[in-house]
Design a protein around this ligand. Sequence first.
Ligand code: HEC
Ligand code: HEC
Length: 264
Amino acid sequence: MRTSIRRLLASALAIAGLGLSACSVDKNEQIARGGDLARALGCADCHGADFTGHKVSRSDQVAVLYSSNLTRALPLYSDAAFRTVLTTGVRPDGSRLWYMDAAPYAVLSDADLRDLLAFLRTLAPTGPQHPRIKTTPTFEELVRTGEVKPESATLAADLAHPPQPTTPPNERGRYLARAYCAGCHAPSLRGFTPPQPGDPPDLAAVTAYSKEDFRSLISRGQGLEGHDIKDMAEAARKRFSHLPVEDIDAIYDYLTRWALTRSG
Ligand code: HEC
Ligand code: HEC
């Protein structure tokens, strides 16, 4: 709550022409906001609550893959290299990420990237350094046939059809939906095609929810009666239970208007 009041004050001051320079923003506030972002953006979900990483491949028949230990990786990254790996899926040494999305992070604002990094830089190195991806001939074959691609190879296509702005514009809601929901519901927010049962649906699904019900979905993982939600409920509890209500409402207002007025 306090965070959003600060944000509001900061923008009001900027509009008034007084301006808050970057260095006058309280560092502790940046770190706190960065910690909230690391949850909402799913970093803690995939890299673990302590950010030390773990095995993400369930069977080793295709590849052995760990999420990186961020407490050990971050000290090796300059600020610029961190932005690059997050927003393009390519490490400074040219190696590419296979599992982690770049599209949701490619849209992040400078301020959010700064705060996220400020938070991650507070993590003391701990736990084991995990190996990089270990591929198998099956994996290599899937890469050859184009069925498996590194994130950097699909990023441009992912970003080519962004969810459109609405009238009246709601850039905050649009921004949050793209950053928080696109990793699972696709960068277009229309779900991945062809949809399989249990897949994250087209976010036009939000129109079935009243504003109140949507708040319960996002902050408590509570679906509408009769709706079988499992992964979404877990995502809500792990990632979104701390979101300020005005952010949840901004996402709702954007998605409902977008769904009702979009073409195609
Ligand atoms: C869907 C799971 C997932 C999410 C969400 C996710 N990561 Fe990752 N991340 C991974 C995996 C798995 C790897 C290992 C490389 C790969 O993807 O092939 C990785 C690699 C990285 C690396 C490269 C480190 C190295 O080994 O050099 C950084 C940095 C990173 N993640 C930071 C983040 C941050 C910050 C967030 C949140 C904004 C985040 N990740 C969200 C799964 C995820
Ligand atoms: C970690 C993946 C993940 C993230 C992140 C995520 N979702 Fe979902 N969502 C799902 C899945 C999977 C489903 C399909 C139902 C199920 O199996 O849980 C779903 C279903 C939904 C539904 C339909 C629920 C119903 O009643 O059938 C809505 C609405 C929704 N998500 C909204 C959102 C919004 C808004 C965001 C971003 C703030 C978001 N989701 C982020 C995975 C995710």
